[in-house]
Design a protein around this ligand. Structure first.
Ligand SMILES: *Cc1c(COP(=O)(O)O)cnc(C)c1O
Length: 498
């Protein structure tokens, strides 16, 4: 299997090549040249998450040996990283099944991919001809940064620089990043929002000057954002795994459709569900849930993408995004893999912040159902679900729950829902405590007091990785404007080399 660019102007490469490069040289994203077919649960039944992951990865990473894949999966999803479970499905009602993706080292779903990606990349570099070290550049809306730092810390042959929006992430997310340990890690606050940081990182990948400056330092850049296929492919695994769990528990029969509900920002998680569906996973609707940054709502209903609207800071910061990178892969797929309209849409997006893909409208509305929930609905949902189900939602997952209720009311749900829970409620302790206990209880308390308060109130344990952050010292204080991101990277690397 080879990997081709959504813009059609780069040479095909192997999966290892796509993972090494992160993004195609023509500015497009790599996709496999064909989509493997899944015919049934057999290879996945009665098998561990590691084995399910190995099976899926073998379908896509055909230039990796089965032994390499097995060792990557074992290292990523072992009990050292996921002590309780990897991706458990919690059944709340006969029609509501929550896929919990936050049992990894940073308490958010980004661990599912970022515990694996460093291992995939290590093999990819070994398969390449170049003998450079890899510089991982990351733009984060909050959770990817920490997960990438944990995944890549002290991995030989790599350096990692994470850019996050200053004042644009939750206090716990920021604390997780600025206290990060490791000899090869760098964290920078960008004076701008996530879109500024993401645009800046993409510009660095495309900049000849910057990449030549890296080469002189023996480095080649790559991405740990979901523009990298190596980030996306691990995210297909949990959809197959969850479906198989439901079959095994006799909740559905093999072949029965499910609705998949995903809180969405950069469109990586739901795109993985789309690819799982393309492989044959029985999906009724992909329900896309957005917050007040609701550009995807209009897009998935009409095909018109218009990012020209105010950027809103919400209590689900990991979804505060107006330019969702992975939509480009969806456009490519729905256009029968013809790159030429994709190129003109992406040009229009870059120059006008807007494109009209309304030719795809009927496909989009057929596959997706979409709506959004504001902060008021998010808080209300956290409180209501806790009272009614005794189950705690983080604000991102609460957005998904709230949108699912709108969907069920509008459509009359006909099949079980798999609702993707993307973060531990403790990671967003302030908003969750506010929903359960009100402003007075929350106001004067610091992050760690809030963790304790939530645990006492609910009986849920504080996740160890969050409890252990207490008392850490701040190790990263660099701040820069978006236009200085390249300069900042080089000066961090040079300072470290001294
Ligand atoms: C990243 C993230 C999302 C959004 O996922 P995308 O793949 O960017 O759409 C949702 N919730 C949480 C908690 C996240 O960290």
């Amino acid at each position: 299997m080879e990997y081709i660019s959504t813009r059609g102007m780069s040479l095909p490469t192997t999966s290892a090549g796509a993972i090494r490069k992160g993004m195609a040289p023509d500015g497009g994203l790599y996709v496999p040249d064909s989509i493997p077919v899944w015919s049934g649960t057999e290879p996945l039944l009665a098998s561990t998450y590691q084995k399910r992951a190995a099976w899926l990865l073998e379908q896509f990473l055909t230039d990796y040996t089965p032994a390499e894949i097995a060792s990557c999966a074992a290292a990523a999803y072992g009990s050292e990283k996921f002590p309780e479970a990897v991706a458990p499905v919690r059944t709340l009602t006969p029609s509501m099944h929550v896929l919990e993706l936050w049992h990894g080292p940073t308490c958010a779903f980004k661990d599912m991919a970022l515990q694996l990606l460093p291992h995939l990349l290590r093999h990819a570099v070994a398969k390449g001809e170049e003998n450079q070290r890899t510089l991982i550049l990351v733009a984060t809306s909050g959770d990817t940064g920490k997960a990438a730092l944990e995944g890549f810390r002290d991995v030989p042959g790599t350096e990692i620089v994470v850019f996050y929006p200053a004042r644009g992430v939750s206090p716990m997310q920021e604390w997780q990043m600025v206290t990060q340990e490791g000899a090869n890690v760098h964290v920078v606050a960008v004076e701008g929002n996530f879109d500024d940081a993401q645009r800046g990182v993409k510009a660095l990948f495309a900049s000849r000057d910057f990449n030549e400056a890296l080469l002189r330092r023996g480095l080649q850049s790559s991405s740990a954002n979901s523009i990298n296929w190596g980030r996306l492919v691990p995210q297909l695994v949990y959809y197959f795994s969850a479906y198989t769990d439901l079959v095994q528990r006799n909740i559905i029969k093999q072949g029965d459709p499910v609705d998949i509900v995903v809180p969405t920002g950069n469109f990586g998680n739901i795109l993985a569900a789309f690819y799982a569906r393309s492989m044959g996973l029985p999906v009724h609707k992909l329900v896309c849930a957005a917050n007040a940054n609701n550009v995807l709502v209009d897009f998935l209903r009409t095909g018109v993408y218009d990012g020209n609207r105010p950027f809103v800071k919400t209590m689900s910061p990991s979804m505060d995004i107006l330019v969702s990178s992975n939509v480009e892969r969806l456009l490519f797929e729905l256009n029968d893999r013809d790159p030429s309209p994709v190129v003109s849409w992406m040009e229009s997006l870059a120059s006008k912040g807007f494109y009209d893909a309304s030719s795809l409208k009927s496909q989009l509305t057929d596959i997706f159902w979409v709506d959004w929930a504001g902060d008021g609905e998010t808080l209300q949902t956290i409180g209501q679900v806790y009272r009614e189900q005794g189950y705690l939602l983080d604000p991102h997952t609460a957005v998904a729950w709230s949108v699912y209720e709108k969907y069920a009311a509008a459509q009359g749900s006909s099949c079980p829902a798999l609702l993707v829970s993307t973060a531990s409620p403790f990671k967003f302790n302030r908003s969750v405590a506010l929903a359960l206990l009100g402003e007075d209880e929350v106001q004067a308390r610091d992050e760690f007091e809030l963790l304790g308060l939530l645990a006492r109130h609910t009986g849920w344990p504080v996740p160890t990785p969050l409890r252990d952050l207490k008392g850490r010292s701040v190790r990263h204080k660099t701040v820069c404007p978006p236009e200085d991101m390249g300069k900042t990277v080089l000066s961090l690397l040079d300072k470290q080399a001294k």
